[in-house]
Design a protein. Structure first.
Length: 75
């Protein structure tokens, strides 16, 4: 599957590590932006935890659980 992304054959491990680091940096950037937009501005509001933090955490947990089930049981 990873060959479709154009990873070079001779340096597969280095290319894979570089690709993974790039993906992780992208994820951290999205999380940092979300934190700055929501957490810093609205973090002290009384409704923030009930309406933003907990539902977002539950959604992330449900997506993670779905992926685990999809990749282990349904595979």
């Amino acid at each position: 599957v990873l060959q479709e992304f154009g990873l070079p054959d001779g340096q597969f491990i280095a290319a894979l590590v570089g690709f993974n680091i790039g993906v992780e940096i992208g994820q951290l950037t999205v999380i940092a932006c979300a934190f700055l937009l929501l957490g810093v501005w609205f973090g002290n509001k009384p409704w923030y935890r009930a309406y933003i933090s907990i539902p977002s955490s539950c959604l992330i947990a449900l997506i993670g659980a779905y992926w685990v089930i999809e990749r282990t049981i349904l595979a």
